[in-house]
Structure formats: structure tokens, C-alpha cells
Ligand binder design. Structure first.
Ligand code: ADP
Ligand code: MG
Length: 700
């Protein structure tokens, strides 16, 4: 259980004084995961995104233009707009010994102006001076204060990211309350790390980050930001290591298959395995044969042949009489795996079942019973594998395909369905080194860095959208010769509705030209409908498949040889690469047409150039990283990488290394976190909501 010391931090923002139910909802929207309520800790970890520097106090004549200043001046004149509904502003003239400046208020609240700026009074006015018609003016000063107000004005003010309707002063006020409730927590960082890096304590760092004393407070290198980042990174590294240590406990269940299934399958394959596939299989089999639990990531570009590697690994485990599960992120993919693998595995003597959300209840009951009774060797499915009451007779290996679509929890849930289950995860998203460490620090890694032979290179061309007619004419010729094509529609600002409208429009346009051979799939369709269209495309009844990006992951139709991508300039490199990877799967010549709408930004130009130059996924990933920077890659949610609230991996790589080394040392000395510092570290884990990791400790 979470130590009670932390309770105040996990209290609801809604319970703070001055936060009404309406404001509370806005805080929820800004800070909380959907369906949950924002807590003080969420607010405290919502660091200011900017700082207003009000430390400049010049005379009016000396005030620099367009810079935040605080002027001390006397109110000398009010110029009210003519008529109540006049569009002209309310102007107030103020002056000091050196000069004067006009305060300009559009659509002004006259009462407020008269109250705040009485004639003859001295006021402190904060804002930016600009020149208009040769005269100094401040449009909408951001503060107008009397002496008492000025005494309370901080020289630096935190600015927070907001959500529509939430006013900055509410956030400031709530953060004030939250800071006041910060408990005194024991120090969890190593004393020598703290002193060597001149870091403040956790509470002190939070206060400094929220109540900046200088404009440098935003820098990731500011001691307060470094301290908070290090705390978050240490929590994450510790949690990863705890999961890893737990997974690695000797299972005492080495699987040494005799090769009877795997051998039969391998010899029935119409192709030879690549060297990369053989090497990866060897690595997997070594893991399986050892009494340590396997936790391995297989990273391989689209089309590198990950599925067959997984199938052979499963066959090896099945030889020892244990069961295997293969989990895919979508219904389409699960069915595709089943349709491909069953004909391969069943002749070798393996019993294969499919389990997805769409299986009818009566059939599901039967499949569940068969799995429980050990009458199924390999079950292929979707999330349905981790949901509900599915029980295995003896699960030995869990394979997770397209890992980036799943969370760590789902991985754990599946592997918890058996005793010391080995885990294999597969991803087509190449992951740069530093990121791999944080996201997958708990895994070993194999790389399929070689494509099966016999693939014809894809000819990739970029064309302006104005040449759509040419593309359609070319498509007509290709279809006449039996080709099949994907037509991917634009990604509009991640707005699903607009995406959909664009795809539907294109579908209608193409259907006018090509008739019923044009199909449409998009993310809003029911999975049964989606499958029906996909199956039509696989069979060849559908020849042009118009799609939003739902086809991005894993679909394999070898006969498809044309990929048209509209508004290619809006797609990221990785996405373009994934989409293009849907074609060029057979020996036939394939082409990819990137339709773009100019004018292109420099970055878009670079992306289109790189994608035309190479099909090498790792090279593309590197270029992608170079173009975007690590920070931005981390911001991409679907990549499945952990997002940090306080740390910025691009800026805090050095701290990551410190946290990693420290976490290792800690667990070597105190694996159960039972020492005094260990107790403090448990609090740290709870603070960053790594409860799961602490639970592993206790389960010990
Ligand atoms: P991915 O790594 O993208 O999941 P798949 O496993 O779907 O790739 O494989 C893509 C295609 O390549 C499949 O049709 C598969 O049968 C084929 N394939 C896999 N390995 C080889 C190989 N060694 N030689 C030839 N074709 C192969
Ligand atoms: Mg795949």
C-alpha cells in the first residue's frame, strides 16, 4: 500500500479551497487520464512552460520596446471611447518624470478601469511598451497594481500550459495550495549523487520549479529541473529492473524441444530462412533452453519475416508439451496470422486455435475449454487473450506482435497466465539506442537486419497532387493487367472525422471511375466490416483499397503492388516507410506514389527525398531521429515509449545514465528495498505510480 505520507499528494484537486466543480472539470481535462480525476501530484508534475520576467523596472523614457517591464507612473488622463458601442479603445494616459505612455484597452470594462486607475493615483503597470504613430503605448497591460499589490508581485511568474476555459490565475492559486501541502519526504537519492550534481531536495526542487527566481528556471539544466528529472528517471529505471529481476528468476523450466515440430515446419517452408532469421532463432532457443525466463524483443523492419521466427519458436516450446499464445493488436492481423500459420503448423501435428473478440460466445466457450484442457498447442488472438477468464493448461511462451501497440501491463497480464512464461515481443518500429534503454531496459534484443531475398525494389516517386489524373490513368492500366492497389488518404491533424471524410470522398470519386472494385476501410468501421473488405482485397474482388492509416500495421497481401499515398507531406518518415512496406512483398515490380500538396516545408522535402532514396528501415529511422530529435519521437504516443512528465530524454541523457547505474547498485545491495534508503525508494516508486513494481517486490 502507498505510504500514508504521500496521501496529501494523491488528494483530488477538486477538494482544494477555491476550486469549484466547474474548475475541477477543467483541471481533470488538463491533467488527468481520461475518466480519472486530477490530483495534486498531477498539478505539481505539470511544470511551468514559460516564465514571465517582471524584474525590469525602468523609467518610462528608458523602457525598452516589446519587452516586459513594470513602470511606476501617475495617472493623468482618461480618454473614454465615444458612445457605448464604439469600437475605439479606452485610453488612459500615465506619466513619470521622464515621459508618458498611453494604456490602451479594447472592448474595455470601463468600471474596472475607473476603479483601478483613478486620476492622480500612482500605479505600477506591467506590460510591453510599443510605438504607435510615434507615441508610446501599452495595449492591455497585464497587471495594474497599487502599492500593496506591487509589494506582492513576484519578479518572475510561472506560466502554465492551460486548457480552454481554465484561467492562469486558477492554476497559480491551486499550485500554491498544492505546494503548501507538500509533505516532508525522506531523501531517496544517493547523497554523493546529490552533492556531486549540486541538486536540491525533491520538495525544494518542486517549489523552485513552480516559483521561479529567474528566467533560467525553464532550462532543463536548472538544478531544480535536473533533480525532478533524476527522480523520475530513477523511479523508472528501478521499476524496469524490478520487473526484469522478477521475470528472470530461474523458472526451473527449461524448454529443450526435440525439434520434431520445428524441424517438420522448417522443411516444409517454400523458402530458406535468412541468416538474420537463423541467428535470431538461435538466440531465442538459447533463452528457451536456459532456466532463466526469456524476455526478448525481436526488432525487424516490415517484411523482414518476424512471423515465421515466432512460429518456429512456438513450435520448439510446443515440443516440450507446453502451450503458446500469439497476441496481435488487431482483429485483421490476428486472423491473418491464423490463416497463414494454421496451414503451416497443423500438418506438423500442432493444434492451433483462434481467439478474438468476434468469436461467438458458444464457440468461445468451446475454445476456452480446449485451451484449458490442453487440447490446443498454439492460440492466436487479440486482446481477447488477456481479457476475462481465459485459463491455460500450461502456458510456456507468450508472443506479442507489433509490441508498440500494447502496454507493458498487457504484456505482463498475458505472461501471468502461466507459470514462469517466456515472453517474445516483436516490433517493426526500429528503436534508437537511448530510447530502447528506457522503454525496453528490461529486455534482450535481437535484430532482423536482413530482408528475405527475391524482393524487387519498390520504385518510389513523388508527384504534386495536381497530377492526380496521371496517377488515375496509370492505375487504370495497371488494374487492367491484374494489379491491386492501396490508396491511403491524408492524415489531417490527427482528426479522425476529417480523415474519414477525405477517405470517403476519395472512395466515392474512385468508385465513379472504377466501379465496385473499390473498397474502403477506416478506423471507425466495425471490425467485421473491416475484415470483410480486407478479405475482399485479399481475394481480389476489391482491387483498389482506399484506407485511412488503419492498414499501417502488418497487413500482408502479396498481390498488392501499388501504393498511392495522398498528402504524403503530412506523414512522418516512419509512417511512410510502414505504409510503403505493404507493397513489394512478392517478386512482381511494385511502385509507391507519393502525392503531395505544395508548397513543401524544408522538413517535408527532406522526408520525401529520404523515402525515395532508401528502403532501409534502420537508415530511415536514423534520419527520422535526426530530423525530429529524440524529444519529439518520445512525444509520439503510438510508438509505445514511456512518456516522462519531468524528464526530457534529449536533454537529460546524462541523468538517465546516472539513474540506470544507481538503480543497478541499489538492487544489488538491497534487492528487497528493505533498508532505510530502500523504504525511501519505495516511496519514490509510489510517487511516480510504479505501484506495480513495488507489488512485485512484495510477491518476492
Ligand atoms: P514482418 O516482419 O513484417 O512481420 P512477415 O513475417 O509478415 O514480415 O513476412 C513477410 C513475408 O515474407 C511473408 O509473406 C513471409 O512468408 C515471407 N518470408 C519470411 N521469411 C522469408 C524468407 N526467409 N524467404 C522468403 N520469404 C520469406
Ligand atoms: Mg508482422
Amino acid at each position: 500500500m502507498r505510504p500514508s505520507l504521500l496521501d496529501p499528494l494523491f488528494g483530488r484537486i477538486a477538494a482544494l479551497p477555491g476550486v469549484g466543480p466547474k474548475t475541477a472539470k477543467l483541471f481533470d481535462r488538463l491533467l488527468a487520464r481520461p475518466g480519472t480525476e486530477a490530483r495534486l501530484v498531477d498539478l505539481l508534475f505539470h511544470l511551468p512552460s514559460n516564465v514571465i520576467d517582471r524584474s525590469a523596472r525602468p523609467t518610462i523614457a528608458a523602457a525598452p520596446l516589446d519587452t516586459m517591464v513594470v513602470l511606476k507612473a501617475c495617472v493623468t488622463e482618461h480618454r473614454r471611447p465615444q458612445g457605448r458601442y464604439s469600437k475605439s479603445p479606452y485610453r488612459v494616459l500615465v506619466e513619470d518624470d521622464t515621459g508618458d505612455v498611453e494604456l490602451v484597452f479594447f472592448l474595455a470594462n470601463q468600471d474596472w478601469i475607473e476603479r483601478s486607475l483613478p486620476l492622480g493615483a500612482t500605479r505600477w503597470i506591467s506590460g510591453r511598451v510599443e510605438l504607435y504613430d510615434g507615441r508610446r503605448q501599452i495595449v492591455h497591460p497585464d497587471r495594474v497594481l497599487d502599492e500593496a499589490g506591487f509589494a506582492r508581485l513576484p519578479a518572475f511568474e510561472a506560466v502554465y500550459g492551460l486548457t480552454e476555459g481554465l484561467q492562469a490565475r486558477y492554476v497559480l492559486r491551486a499550485s500554491e495550495e498544492a505546494l503548501a501541502r507538500l509533505p516532508t519526504l525522506p531523501e531517496w537519492q544517493d547523497a554523493s549523487v546529490v552533492s556531486a550534481n549540486k541538486l536540491p531536495g525533491f520538495a525544494e526542487a518542486l517549489r523552485a520549479a513552480h516559483r521561479p527566481s529567474g528566467a533560467d528556471a525553464l532550462s532543463p539544466q536548472h538544478p531544480a529541473r535536473q533533480r525532478l528529472a533524476l527522480d523520475e528517471l530513477l523511479a523508472s529505471q528501478l521499476a524496469l529492473r524490478l520487473v526484469r529481476a522478477r521475470m528472470r528468476r530461474p523458472s526451473g523450466r527449461a524448454h529443450k524441444g526435440d525439434g520434431r515440430f520445428a524441424g517438420a515446419i522448417e522443411s516444409s517452408l517454400p523458402f530458406r530462412l535468412t541468416r538474420a532469421q537463423l541467428r535470431t532463432l538461435e538466440e531465442i532457443r538459447a533463452d528457451l533452453a536456459s532456466d532463466k525466463r526469456m524476455l526478448r524483443l525481436v526488432q525487424g523492419d516490415v517484411g523482414s519475416g518476424k512471423t515465421i521466427v515466432a512460429a518456429l519458436a512456438m513450435a520448439s516450446v510446443a515440443e516440450t508439451g507446453r502451450q503458446c499464445a500469439l497476441m496481435a493488436p488487431t482483429e485483421i492481423l490476428a486472423r491473418q496470422h491464423y490463416d497463414r500459420l494454421a496451414p503451416l503448423l497443423e500438418p506438423a501435428g500442432l493444434r492451433v486455435a483462434l481467439l478474438t473478440g468476434r468469436i461467438k460466445p458458444t464457440e468461445r466457450t468451446l475454445v476456452h475449454a480446449a485451451i484449458k484442457a490442453g487440447e490446443v498447442d498454439i492460440v492466436i488472438g487479440t486482446h481477447a487473450l488477456v481479457q476475462g477468464d481465459l485459463a491455460f493448461c500450461d502456458l510456456g511462451l507468450a508472443v506479442v506482435d507489433e509490441q508498440h501497440r500494447f502496454g507493458v501491463e498487457q504484456r505482463l497480464t498475458l505472461s501471468a497466465k502461466g507459470d514462469a512464461v517466456d515472453v517474445l515481443v516483436m516490433t517493426a518500429t526500429p528503436i534508437p539506442r537511448t530510447l530502447a534503454l528506457t522503454a525496453f531496459g528490461d529486455m534482450d534484443c535481437s535484430t532482423l537486419d536482413e530482408k528475405p531475398p527475391g524482393r524487387t525494389p519498390i520504385s518510389t516517386r513523388a508527384l504534386p497532387a495536381e497530377r492526380l489524373d496521371e496517377v488515375v490513368a496509370g492505375l487504370r492500366r495497371a488494374l487492367a493487367q491484374g494489379a491491386r492497389a492501396y490508396w491511403v488518404c491524408p492524415l489531417v491533424e490527427e482528426n479522425e472525422e476529417l480523415d474519414l471524410a477525405a477517405a470517403e470522398q476519395r472512395h466515392a470519386d474512385l468508385a465513379k471511375l472504377f466501379g465496385p472494385a473499390v473498397g474502403l476501410v477506416h478506423g471507425r468501421m466495425k471490425s467485421a466490416e473491416k475484415d470483410a473488405v480486407m478479405e475482399g482485397f485479399q481475394r481480389g474482388d476489391v482491387k483498389i483499397l482506399v484506407a485511412t492509416t488503419v492498414i499501417e500495421v502488418g497487413v500482408d497481401v502479396a498481390e498488392a503492388t501499388i501504393m498511392v499515398i495522398e498528402h504524403a507531406e503530412r506523414f512522418g518518415l516512419a509512417q511512410l516507410h510502414q505504409l510503403r512496406g505493404r507493397v513489394g512483398r512478392g517478386a512482381a515490380e511494385s511502385s509507391c506514389l507519393l502525392l503531395y500538396k505544395g508548397p513543401l516545408s524544408e522538413a517535408a522535402k527532406a522526408r520525401l527525398m529520404i523515402i525515395r532514396q532508401t528502403e532501409d528501415g534502420f537508415r530511415i529511422a536514423e534520419e527520422d531521429l535526426r530530423l525530429r530529435g529524440e524529444g519529439e519521437i518520445l512525444g509520439v504516443r503510438q510508438a509505445g515509449l514511456p512518456s516522462f512528465r519531468l524528464a526530457d530524454l534529449a536533454a537529460h541523457a546524462r541523468l538517465l545514465a546516472i539513474a540506470r547505474d544507481d538503480a543497478e547498485l541499489i538492487l544489488r545491495r538491497d534487492p528487497e528495498l528493505s533498508s532505510e534508503r530502500g523504504q525511501a525508494l519505495r516511496a519514490l516508486l509510489y510517487l511516480f505510480e510504479r505501484d506495480e513494481a513495488v507489488r512485485l517486490l512484495r510477491a518476492g
